[in-house]
Ligand binder design. Sequence first.
Ligand code: ASP
Length: 403
Amino acid sequence: MQHKHALILLISIATGVVIGIFCGWFWGKTMLKFAWLGELFMNALKMMIIPLIISAVISGIASMGDAKKLGRLGTITIFYYLSTTAIAVFIGLVVVNLIQPGVGLKLGVGELPESIAAKEDTGISDIVLSLVSPNLVASASEMQLLPLIIFSIIFAVALIRLGDRGVSAIKFFESVNDAMMTIVTWIMYFAPIGIFALIAGRFGKAGGGEAFLIEVKAVGWHMVTVLSGLAIHFAVLFAILFFISGRGWSYLLGMLRALLTAFATASSSATLPLTMECAHENKVDERAVRFTIPLGSTINMDGTALYEAAAVMFIAQGYGIEMGFTQQSIIFITATLAAIGAAGIPEAGLVTMVIVLQAVGLPLEGISLLLAVDWLLDRFRTSINVWGDSVGAAVVHRLLQKA
Ligand code: ASP
């Protein structure tokens, strides 16, 4: 996409966000009529995910041509993801200890939503089990991306091993990937309207701005805590971007379309096609675009990790349960793992939070306290998740160059 077009699109998307909030706030009910436009946009993005992920990961890895380089790329990527997620959880714990949003709230116990009650027995072993799918088609239809990525990695390594006999298959996946990316640029032109409709429609579902404000009051400090934590982590990632990859504001500007889409869709998986497209336009190494970003969209969720740690502490404070150093260390570890296990879909963080709550023996019903505002906080943390992947791609790009 030409620079001028990209800029016009960015301005239109940003306008879509602002008008979406405005209209949703004041005419929430009416805006529900436009929600289908947002759904159309979301569906178009989701339609791309499976073919894009498979073709990108296979062609990205196969282009490396040897297992050593792949090992290096994998190690850098995983190290970056784990360390930034751990930093995010740490920031979450620090802010929640400083602000103490739940202290003195004397929260009552609400009802546990169905989707979460069903996950009551989720454990860490489930995360490991979810890596290998017994049925790839079923995984694809349920949008379980991690097993598909793992399969694509193994498949690409096998193609490299085949030598000349693997070349035609690699070329095929390269062409598929290029075609997918071309379709993504077409879908992007619909983004301003789609994003407007998604945001306005969601405010409409919350009953408009005034109704939402009433909900916010009860958990206002929780929101302040999470939003300040996310803002600090955003800055930390920016510093990492600046010092390690040597990029700065122009990279942020270039990724903004993806970040705003993340805000509108609350799904890092749905945003994935745009994250890849923006990174590609920002001249990030194709290997980083095709491997680091898809993997990141499923396992690198800094915003979610930070949120889970802060929210679990908020619940503990609300119930007046003291969390000492050991308990907080458990939260630190389990929130990191729970975020890795969370799917890149709306409010998935709430579901994997069960793991953290159970690890420290807190009542799962505590989650119900967060529901009213979670849809909004979800959008902020999803943007940070996508920002984490974007910075990761730039960092990996730089480290690959140095290698
Ligand atoms: N909605 C988030 C994402 O897609 C996950 C979550 O925190 O709920 O990245």
